[in-house]
Write a protein that binds this ligand. Structure first.
Ligand SMILES: C[S@@+](CC[C@H](N)C(=O)[O-])C[C@H]1O[C@@H](n2cnc3c(N)ncnc32)[C@H](O)[C@@H]1O
Length: 311
């Protein structure tokens, strides 16, 4: 497998669109365009006055978005992180959003294209950057990072119990030969952990950890969520789909905290206590058995929804 498929089957599509409760003349933001499955469904709910702006860090995703923008004047796309929503909103002269969607993680074209280096299933250069034109590749990071730093990343972002043993192996191996391909790294991890009884590849957690670190995913999510909440108009909806427990924990905590009034100071009258800014909408939703049978990547997806309070 080299180039891989360009298709991405959107996850929790009907649920996310229902959650956004689309106003036909509203302004919407898709912070993770991918191949535009969710964006197209949002556009289908908008009239001529409606507007959808989108971002993606990946130039290949943005190229697909630009084709859509050429066909549909209601749609615009830029390249960048949703953590930069403040700057993008200024550039686009957007004054408040009626709905925001973040469908986190990687797309199928990113995973399936072995040249992107996200997957241990096919051999390719160990890159893992969502934007390959910026930052440091996974191979470069593994060449430079200390053993302690590698162990920390594997433990914190992969919840890998054998983080120290894997880190030690990486550091001893790289003295003999640079670790520059996905297969090399996957083989090295397997040599430490052995084969697993379940179907999961032993490198699953470490690949996830390195990807999260290389793309600064959790810090950008934290910044992006705060910005999203600030940019929502009253009654505007925020829908976030996450794919692993670290992401989901951060989403859950941030939405819950914004849905609780601030701490009441004894010096202030109760009426002046900081008000909650969000209302949680329903419980966390997961993909149905039908969806996961059709699309195994939907298995770990969790959708959380909140609505901005106020007049
Ligand atoms: C799961 S896919 C989205 C799929 C999309 N909803 C669709 O239906 O085609 C995630 C996308 O988000 C992008 N991405 C991940 N983190 C990002 C960030 N912080 N800012 C912007 N894009 C990001 C990835 O490059 C990838 O294209």
């Amino acid at each position: 497998m080299v180039a891989g498929s360009e298709e991405h089957v959107p996850v929790l599509l009907a649920e996310a669109i229902e959650a956004l409760d689309i106003k036909a003349d509203g302004t919407y933001f898709d912070g993770t365009f991918g191949r535009g499955g969710h964006s197209r469904a949002i556009l289908a709910g908008l009239k001529q006055q409606g507007r959808l702006i989108a971002l993606d860090k990946d130039p290949a995703a943005v190229a697909t978005g630009q084709q859509l923008a050429a066909e549909d004047v209601r749609f615009s796309i830029g390249q960048g992180s949703f953590a930069d929503l403040d700057r993008m909103a200024k550039d686009w002269r957007v004054d408040g959003l009626d709905g925001i969607l973040l469908d986190l993680g990687v797309s199928s074209p990113q995973l399936d294209n072995s040249r992107r280096g996200f997957s241990f299933r096919a051999d390719g250069p160990l890159d893992m950057r969502m934007d390959p034109t910026h930052g440091v590749s996974a191979a470069q990071w593994l060449a430079d990072a200390s053993e302690q730093e590698i162990a920390r990343v594997l433990r914190e972002y992969g919840e890998e119990r054998q983080a120290r043993r894997i880190a030690r192996k990486i550091v001893t191996s790289r003295r003999q030969q640079a670790i520059s391909t996905t297969r090399q790294l996957a083989g090295l991890i397997q040599s430490v952990l052995g084969r697993r009884q379940d179907k999961k590849h032993p490198a699953t957690k470490s690949f996830q950890a390195i990807r999260i670190h290389i793309n600064n995913e959790l810090a950008e999510l934290a910044t992006g969520l705060e910005a999203a909440i600030r940019h929502l108009r009253p009654q505007g909806r925020l829908a976030v789909i996450s794919f692993h427990s670290l992401e989901d924990r951060l989403v859950k905590r941030t939405l819950r905290e914004s849905a609780r009034p601030g701490p009441v100071s004894r010096k202030l009258p109760a009426a002046q206590a900081a008000r909650a800014v969000l209302r949680l909408v329903g419980k966390a939703q997961r993909s149905s058995a039908t969806e996961t049978a059709r699309n195994p990547r939907a298995r770990s997806a969790v959708l959380r929804v909140a609505e901005r309070l106020g007049q």
